[in-house]
Design a protein around this ligand. Structure first.
Ligand code: SF4
Length: 275
């Protein structure tokens, strides 16, 4: 992207809580005065060089966003995602209201939501919401009037003992759980529907402990059922009782459904042995 002298911006709220919109308005105020950088907000995408998007991509706003993007002149057509929601779906990532393009719809799909599903994003300004200074810094970079101070880093999940060796990659070890991380994430996600705001990690950790014990026996299915029943009888909170039985059923459903995937993972990460 060459040096831009000034840009005209069109702003689309793709479903934000309005927190980010208020910060965008702040940078327009005389205090921050983004116009001194040559940035002007225009009322139509047809005149815009840059599209500011705030909020995750909801089902209601996706067509309006796509139309706004397509109405922009073809060059430079720069898109800036402002805020965590516009960058990744943020706190709304698993909301039913978000647009989801994945053909693998259904309960096991960890939903995400971000406008990048339908428009290419050139710059992300994360934050919930990002401060006006952060937005100004991003715009200054866009205009080529500020040197980038940060370098990209990537977090790579590796089995214990393995090193990535690449300069900008940071290794982390997958937590040692007796079930694959994918199952754990799906169960955790599903559990929210059952226990609401109850501490679901506590319930899930108890369940995973039982899974670990069950796989020490020759018939883990039968053993897990007995262990869950034992837990069930001791527990007083009915939400936890329902959640435990629910986890048991969901766990075996995942194991059956992803057997092939589970086998491959088991070879790669021995911590998943037994599934
Ligand atoms: S990033 Fe935060 S402030 Fe911005 S839309 Fe999302 S929840 Fe609201």
């Amino acid at each position: 992207m060459g040096r831009l002298k000034s840009v005209w911006v069109y702003h689309v709220d793709a479903g934000s809580c309005n927190g980010c919109d208020i910060e965008v308005l702040d940078v327009l105020s005389p205090y921050y005065d983004i116009e001194r950088l040559g940035v002007k907000v225009v009322p139509t995408p047809r005149h815009a060089d840059v599209l500011f998007i705030t909020g995750p991509l909801t089902r209601q706003t996706r067509i309006a966003l796509k139309k706004a993007y397509e109405a922009m002149p073809p060059k430079p057509r720069i898109v800036v995602a402002i805020g965590t929601c516009a960058s990744s779906g943020g706190i709304f990532y698993n909301s039913y209201a978000l647009y989801n393009t994945s053909p693998q719809r259904g309960r096991d799909r960890l939903r995400s939501g971000g406008p990048e599903m339908i428009v290419p994003i050139d710059m992300y300004i994360p934050g919930c919401p990002p401060s006006p200074e952060e937005i100004l810094y991003g715009v200054a970079q866009l205009l080529g009037i500020k040197e980038k101070k940060m370098k990209g880093e990537y977090w790579i999940a590796l089995p214990p003992g393995e090193k990535s060796g690449k300069e900008n990659e940071i290794e982390f070890t997958i937590p040692d759980r007796p079930i694959p991380v994918r199952y754990w994430l799906t169960l955790r996600e599903e559990l929210r529907r059952v226990v609401g705001y109850y501490d679901r990690d506590a319930v899930l950790n108890d369940f995973i402990e039982l899974v670990g014990k069950a796989f020490e026996s020759d018939d883990p299915r039968e053993r897990l059922h007995d262990l869950v029943t034992g837990y069930f009888l001791k527990e007083k909170d009915s939400r936890v009782k329902v959640a435990m039985r629910f986890l048991e059923n969901e766990f075996w459903r995942l194991v059956d459904e992803y057997r092939e995937w589970g086998e491959a993972l088991k070879r790669k990460y021995p911590v998943t042995a037994g599934v």
